[in-house]
Structures are given as C-alpha cells and as structure tokens.
Design a protein around this ligand. Structure first.
Ligand SMILES: Nc1ncnc2c1ncn2[C@@H]1O[C@H](COP(=O)(O)OP(=O)(O)OP(=O)(O)O)[C@@H](O)[C@H]1O
Length: 413
C-alpha cells in the first residue's frame, strides 16, 4: 500500500508561508490518504480567519512528518477536475440519511466551486435552515444571499418548503379543491362529485402528497434560473432533504403527471358537458382556472423530473457515514435513484475515524464498526461501482467558510 500522502491544504489555517512546510504530493496515481490523526485545525472566528501560530504549525508539521510512513488505504479521489471543468451549467444534488453531513458536504462543494472561479448558487430546501448554520451567516428569507468569503460570487438560497406548499394550497383552493365541487353542484352536476371522489381530487388539492413541497421548491429554483438575471451561475449545488423525502420527490412528478392528467381530462368532460347545459340555461359559467394552475404545476414537475435525469448536467452525490444502518439506507437510495434514471457517480463516506497509533477501547470498537461498513460498501452491488470518497471526522464542528474550505480541500480533490 502506498504511504500516506500528507494532504496540503491551502486553507487559511495554514498561512501561505506554511505551505512549503507541508510538502504534499497529492499525486493522482499515489495513494491519497488521510493524515495519521483527525486533521487538527483551530476553528477561528469565521469572519476573521487567521492562520495558526508558527510554533503550533512546527509542532503539527513534526507530528505530520512522523505519520508520513503510516500506510493509508488507497482511495478514490472525487476527480474534482471533472466536476469543475467547463462553463456549461451543472447541478450537483447531495442527499442521504439524516445527520450524515449532507449540508456540510454541499456547502464545502459550493465554496470549492466558487473558489475555482464558478459563480455558484447553493440551495437548501431544508426547513431547519442548516445552511445558515453551516456558513455561520443568516441566509434565511427565501431570497438569494451572497456568502461572505469565497474568491468568486457564491450565493445561497434557503427555500422554505412550507411557503411553497402554501402557494400550492391557495392556488388549488381558489381554483380547484372545493371550488370544483361547489362549481359542479351549482351546475346540478352533484352526482359527478362521487366520481371525483375516486380521483381523491380533494385530498390531492387540499393536502399535497409528501415530497411536493420539495418538488415545488426545486421547481421554483429552475424557474428563476431560467431567467436572464440568474444565468451567470454555472454551478448549482442542492442540499436536499433526508432520503425519504428525496425518494418521494423522485416519484412525485409521475404521480402528479398521472393524477393531474386525470383531473384535466375529467375537467375537459365537465367543461363540454356544462357548456351544453349553459346553452340550455344560459347560466354564466364560473370558469375557475383550475386547469391552468394544475397544468402549470404539472409542467413544473416535469421540469424537475427532467432536471434530475439529465446525465449531461446533473449528478446526485450520496453522502453516508460508516455505519451498517447508514450504508444500508444509502444502498436503497442508490437503487431508487437508478430506477428513476438519476445519474449517481460518487459516494462520500463522511466522519471516518482516521487510523491512529494510540488506540482507546472506544475508538478501537468504532474503527471495527466502520471497517465493517466499508466492507459492506465494497460488497454492495449498488454502491461498489461508485467513486468512493472518504472524509475524515475532524475535531471541531464545520462552521464558516474557512472550515468549509478546509474540509472541501480534503473531500473535493
Ligand atoms: N467530517 C466531519 N467532521 C466533523 N463534524 C462533521 C463532519 N461532517 C459533518 N459534521 C458535523 O455534523 C453535524 C451534522 O452535519 P450536517 O448538518 O452537514 O448534516 P446533514 O446530513 O445535513 O444533517 P440534516 O439531515 O439534519 O440536515 C454538524 O454539526 C456538522 O458540523
């Protein structure tokens, strides 16, 4: 096994003068391993990041040099060069089990893209607003907010799915939902309401199916990314909701396509039936634009589905942690994404306890667990074909652009 290559980091924690202290040979061919211990860095105040003191750096470099000979497993690298090449707009969606580090990985990727010269937008549809936590900056409000720190424009958008859901509900209430029932009773067509019941028209319009808020939020992003003022963004990074939501979201466009299609067909029948009645009674027909609203929603959902499936511009990156449960869930997610023809190439195994010479019992047990999980990945037909990226457990919380840059330089090589 190739000896560990010390990873240099251009992170502000190591001021440029320290760059030559860490002679990193991030050779593509060579094993790119992790430091012999959890990479240490002092988390500065995110807004006034300064490099660590020289004496600390000297001490660190000495211990780094000692671990140089520690063999590290040969690892895939993310092949960031592929991800960053070209100016055609690309979308990266990061998803996985709750709490594995999706937001941290998504935010670190966005910082890396921006620092590589791509005007970048990072979007989160997570109502918990963890993107603001990750950047240590208030990004709430549902509008684009510029992130302070990266070399190139990096904007963040925290969409609130609840608001998106509200928008859907009001649109359908005004012109769909109970509106259709009253309209039909008005027209003496109450007997048809039962038939509508089969379609669960009421449920669909009054209580949106799970994943709809996510889909509407993403469709909103697509909508404004098509407008002139946002065409500068060449990389869009989505921090998606935990697995369950994503799976429902993926099957949603087909579900909506089918049910809205049925409603519109039925509406067609009603309209032609009522126009006959109107001609007899001459009653002014209240024409709700249910059809238009639903048609527009269907078109937006189809756009979301097409975006997810576009192999040229979209990639879904699965994030997991080295536990049996998380790996099992990642395997199911990969299988579902494949069924939905969503392109997946990379798997990040996050929060890995790196090899260490001094082993406490707890760490030894945890390391055994993670080795079992890594073996599971190698043997898993869904996951073993993916490019495996290993991200170490670092010793402080990843908050603020400097910390995101630090972890980003480790993950996205
Ligand atoms: N490699 C890492 N080393 C140390 N801490 C990490 C690492 N990755 C993530 N964390 C920490 O783990 C916590 C959860 O991370 P994060 O919010 O990115 O996960 P998530 O999958 O987006 O969570 P949720 O599903 O709740 O949105 C955060 O406190 C983050 O700083």
């Amino acid at each position: 096994m190739a000896p560990a290559t010390i990873i240099s980091s251009s992170s502000p924690f190591f001021s440029p003068s320290l760059g030559n202290v860490f002679s990193a040979t991030n050779s593509r061919a060579g094993a790119v391993g992790f430091l012999g211990f959890a990479p240490k860095f002092q988390a500065p105040n995110p807004l006034t990041a300064t490099s660590i003191s020289l004496s600390t750096a000297r001490k660190t470099s000495r211990s780094l040099l000692q671990v140089r000979s520690v063999a590290a497993p040969v690892e895939d690298v993310a092949e960031f060069d592929d991800m960053v090449s070209g100016t055609q707009r690309k979308y990266y969606m990061l998803g996985g089990k709750g709490g594995v580090g999706k937001t941290s990985c998504a935010a670190s990727l966005a910082v890396k893209f921006a620092n590589s010269g791509h005007p970048t937008l990072v979007v989160s549809t997570d109502p918990a607003h963890s993107l603001s936590d990750s950047f240590a900056q208030d990004l709430t409000g549902g509008t684009l907010v510029q992130v302070e720190g990266p070399d190139y424009p990096l904007f963040a958008l925290e969409l609130n799915p609840e608001k998106a859901r509200e928008e859907f509900r009001t649109a359908s209430k005004q012109n769909g939902g109970t509106g259709v029932k009253d309209f039909m009773e008005d027209m003496g067509l109450g007997m048809l309401v039962e038939q509508l019941g089969e379609l669960k028209l009421g449920e669909l319009l009054d209580t949106p199916p799970p994943g709809l808020d996510e889909a509407i939020a993403i469709s909103k992003v697509i909508q404004f990314l098509e407008s002139e003022e946002y065409n500068m963004f060449t990389r869009i990074v989505f921090d998606t909701a935990p697995t369950g939501h994503t799976l429902r979201l993926l099957s949603l466009p087909d579900f909506l396509d089918a049910s809205i299609g049925k409603i519109l067909k039925l509406k067609q029948k009603i309209t032609s039936a009522t126009s006959a009645i109107k001609s007899v009674f001459g009653k002014e027909e209240k024409r709700p634009d249910a059809a238009d609203k639903l048609e527009k929603l269907r078109e937006r959902m189809i756009k979301v589905r097409e975006l997810f499936r576009d192999v040229d511009s979209t990639e879904f990156v699965i994030v997991t942690i080295p536990t049996v449960m998380a790996v099992s869930e990642s395997s199911r997610l990969r299988a579902s994404l494949e069924k939905e023809n969503v392109p997946v190439k990379r798997l990040i195994v996050n929060q890995l306890l790196p090899p260490s010479v001094s082993d406490c019992k707890f760490c030894a047990m945890r390391r055994k667990d993670q080795a079992r999980a890594l073996d599971m990945i190698q043997d898993d037909p869904e996951l073993s074909t993916l490019r495996l990226i290993k991200a170490p457990l670092v010793d402080v919380e990843i908050r603020g652009v400097p910390a995101l840059k630090f972890i980003g330089d480790i993950i996205w090589k």
